[in-house]
Design a protein around this ligand. Structure first.
Ligand SMILES: [Zn+2]
Length: 102
């Protein structure tokens, strides 16, 4: 096992772990139970951690997480309800709340 990262929140750590597993990298969460003790022990010791089973996957794991954090831009889309234009990463219209189609 190799420590890949320490996250500032359990939600973030769980997200990273899920992304890695979905991509086929064996990953596990640790320190999930220490969050409540964060005031008593140093942050580096208490923060949630994501570990990977095989240290050889570290480079690939970071590439996957970076790709997940920075989704490739797609075409702009136009709201079917109000004709407002949006960048690809937005799933709903900021103007009227209509969901992106397709
Ligand atoms: Zn709209």
């Amino acid at each position: 096992m190799k420590l890949l990262l320490r996250a500032s929140s359990l939600v973030h750590a769980a997200h990273c772990s899920n992304v890695l597993r979905a991509a086929g990298i064996e990953a596990e969460l640790r320190n999930t139970w220490l969050a409540g003790a964060a005031g008593d022990i140093p942050f580096q010791e208490s923060s949630p951690q994501v570990w990977i089973a095989d240290a050889a996957n570290e480079t690939e794991a970071w590439a996957i997480l970076n790709a997940a954090a920075n989704p490739a831009p797609g075409p702009r889309w136009r709201c079917a309800h109000c004709d407002e234009w949006h960048e690809a990463q937005f799933a709903a219209c900021w103007h009227c709340g209509t969901m992106k189609e397709g």
